[in-house]
Each structure stands twice: as structure tokens, then as C-alpha cells.
Design a protein around this ligand. Sequence first.
Ligand code: FAD
Length: 471
Amino acid sequence: PIAILWFRNDLRLDDNPALEAAVEGGYAILPVYIHAPGEGGRWRPGAASDAWRARSLQALAASLQTRGAPLRCFKGPSLATLQAIIAATGAQAVFWNRRYEPAIEKRDTGIKQALKRDGLRAESFNGALMAEPWTVETREGGPYRVFTPYWRTAFAQWRPPSAWTAPDALKGTGSGPRGVPVASLGLAPALDWDAGFWDAWTPGEAGAREALQVFVDGALRGYGDGRDRPDQVGTSRLSPHLHFGEIAPWRIVAALEAERNAALDGDIDAYVRELGWREFAHHLLHHFPKSVDEDFNPKFAGFEWADPSSRELDRVRAGRTGVPIVDAGLRELWHTGWMHNRVRMIVGSYLTKHLRWHWRHGAEWFWDTLVDADLANNTLGWQWVAGTGADAAPYFRVFNPVTQAKRFDPDGRYIARWVPELSRVPLPARFAPWEAKGRSGRPAGDYPAQPMVGIAEGRQAALDAYAAIRG
Ligand code: FAD
């Protein structure tokens, strides 16, 4: 019998429960990828995400090829494509690993029902999470809205799955439509604006393993504090690999646990807790699907957001707000497809508080430019920073981007790296060049002389707007 293995955001072979089920079931395996970006609803994948996916699929195709079960790629719609392959091959089963984006969940439910009606064995698996959203409940039986109690429950009930290694040879099948090459799916950018990305990243399962090893050998030691330092390599940079399912979270946890000793306890716990935020984000996404577009906290319905003009949007996107740490982050994002978490928070706070833009504007820009763009994590991150979320920083906690920069980029190295106009400006003027007196404090080139909105002034305006809805 033939089983279609429908790859989606699980672009790996090891620790792949759908593949494991097909192998264990004795099926000949027909690996399929279907390009159907419109099926994700309003949040269709952005350009950086597509660029990553193109490379990750190439890596997956290469490792399936060497195992004797070549990947076949198609352009959607998904259900009709699966049905056509079934008709052509007589496949009896379709296996996949679950996704949790609201539009995709809905689509997948429909597809499963339709395939079962056609008499197929249609089965989905958990390939992405330590705790699937519906497996963690409050004592009253509902979803959690606050991280700490959520994670306490989720982690306590977690039983790590055992590692699974894909066999060197898979039983493939020669029959059926061959599909189109990955390159013709239209994922890779036509202009190579992404050229700068690939010094920093290797998409695919092998790249994910290597990134994990680099982290275990390096930044894991001291992660608890190092994770807040954008001027250092203090984090794992595994986020795009996790998003695309190139590595299972439980494989990461196992690798860290293998290193555990008294000196590393705090660092390992801190890291697993961050994975917990990822789990929590998926929990919220599943239980509160509207939160991808609407403020979680209904109080903000009456909030006076300032609508950005297209010129203001462009200024932010180009990293020319005039606030050095904010611009450094925005340029890191543009050049590498990633931004350090601490700086995502600083940028998010400046946009939603100082500029008073609805978080949607920042979320959309991140969505298009991040290689790790992830509907669960991005929504949670923006609603958290904006103060509109389930378990959010309160709105009145406005980050001061100058103080933050002094604390987390103390030598100004991160700023200098991404904003070369400031690399010769001495400290502390580099953190707030508008305060500098004399020539030496002046930025080079045409870097803005003043921030888009002043630090104290923007903070006050944000607090005033908040007082209006609170009263
Ligand atoms: P590490 O510090 O090495 O963390 C390990 C893993 O834990 C990460 O890979 C990630 O999967 C998870 N993680 C860490 N922090 C968080 C968090 N705050 N929320 C959820 N999961 C977390 N992360 C994304 O993966 N995709 C996004 O689209 C995204 N958008 C964000 C937007 C904003 C405004 C903010 C404040 C945060 C966002 N994050 C997002 C979370 C976080 O910034 C990134 O996951 C992290 O920077 C990735 O780098 P890393 O892998 O080196 O992190």
C-alpha cells in the first residue's frame, strides 16, 4: 500500500511522527509538498519566509532523493491536489503533522473529513509542540490566558517523546504524477535581495542540527543573562528552524538535558521556559483565533491609535526613526531576516507607544521580513509589547529605548554594527545623538538629527491616551 506523506511545516525526516507512522505501517512512501499560500487566509506567508522555505524544501528534497523516495511538489489547491494524486496512484493513506494557524486548522479539518469520506486513512500527528493547545486546561476546564500557570501545568504533564531516526532507505513508489521542481513554485525571490541572509543561516534539517550544536557548545553557557544582549551571540537562533519544523522542540530539550549539571541548571531552565512561550503562543492562537487580527483586551477598542502615513511607514521600515537602538534592530531585520528578541521588544514598544501605532502595522512588517515569521509567536509578541494581549506587559510600561540601549548594548557595538552613521559617535552620544553637544557627537551622512517622536514626549502622549480609555 502507498501512503502520501504530506509535508507542510515539518520539513525534516528525523523525529517526524507522520513519517514514522508511514514507515511503521509498512507503506510505500510518496512525499508531497503542495504550494497553496492563499489557504492561510489574510496571513499568507511573507517574502522572507518564502525565501527560507524555498531553501528548506531543496534540502528536504535532496535528503528524500538519497533515501529513494523523491519529493513531489505541486501548486494547490491542497484537497484537489491530494485527490488527484490518490486517483493516479491508488494511495490508501495520507499522513501529515498538524499546524495550528486558524485558517489552516479549519482547512485541514475539512480535508481530513473529505479524505475519510473517500475511504482513505487520513491521519494527523503532533510534530511541532511539546503540548498541543487542547491538551492543557485550567482546573475549570478552559484555556489559560496567563503564561506562568499555563507553563506550570503544561510542563508538569509533558512526557518527552523518544528520539526517532529516519531509516537510510525509504520504500518509495515510482507511480503517479511527478510534480514540478521546487524552483518553479515561485518561492525564491526574483531579485536576490535575500543574498545577505545566507551567510547567517542554513535552512533545512542539517542546518538546524548544526545551529543546535553551535548553541550547545557556545551560548548555552550563560544563556540566562546572555539572551538579553543583542551585541553578543547570546541566543540559539533556532527560531526559523523551529517554525519550519526542521527540528523538533523535544530534540532540542534532549540535547540540553544531556549537558545538564549544576552550573548549567539556570541556563537550561531559562531556555526551556522560552520554548514554553512558544507553546503558550500556540495555545492562545488555537483557543483565541481572532487574536491574530483583534486586540485580545477589548478595552483597547476605544484607544486612540495614531495612523501612520506611508512616509512614516517607509521611514520606520528603512530604520531611520532617529532612535539608534530602534534603527539598529530594524536594519538587522532587513539585512538578515531576524532581529534579537530584546530589540524586538524595544522596537515594538517605540512603535506602539511612542508612535502610538496599532500593533498591526509592526506585526505586518515583521511578518513580511522575518525568516522566523510565525503567526503564534508574532501575534503574542506584538500584543504583549503593545499591552493589548492576554498576558501582556501593562500599556503604561513604556520602554525607554535610550536606557534599554545603555543597559543591553553597553558598548554601543550593536548600534555601530547596524547603523554605520553612528559608528564613530562616542558613547554615550551614540545612544541618543540628539543630546550630543559639539561636532564629535554628530552622526555621519544624513542620519536623522531628531527622533520621529521624542523619548519623554512620546511616552507622555502614550500615557495620556491610555488614561483616556482607563477612565
Ligand atoms: P532563543 O532565545 O534561543 O529562544 C529559543 C526559542 O524559544 C526560539 O527559537 C523561539 O522558538 C522560542 N521563543 C523565544 N522567545 C520567545 C517569545 N518571546 N515568544 C515565543 N517564542 C519564543 N518569534 C518567532 O519565532 N516568530 C515571530 O514571528 C516572532 N515575532 C515576535 C515579535 C515581537 C514583537 C516580539 C517581542 C517577539 C517575537 N518573537 C517571534 C519571539 C522572539 O523574539 C524570537 O522567537 C527569538 O528572538 C528567536 O531567536 P532565538 O531562536 O535565538 O531565541
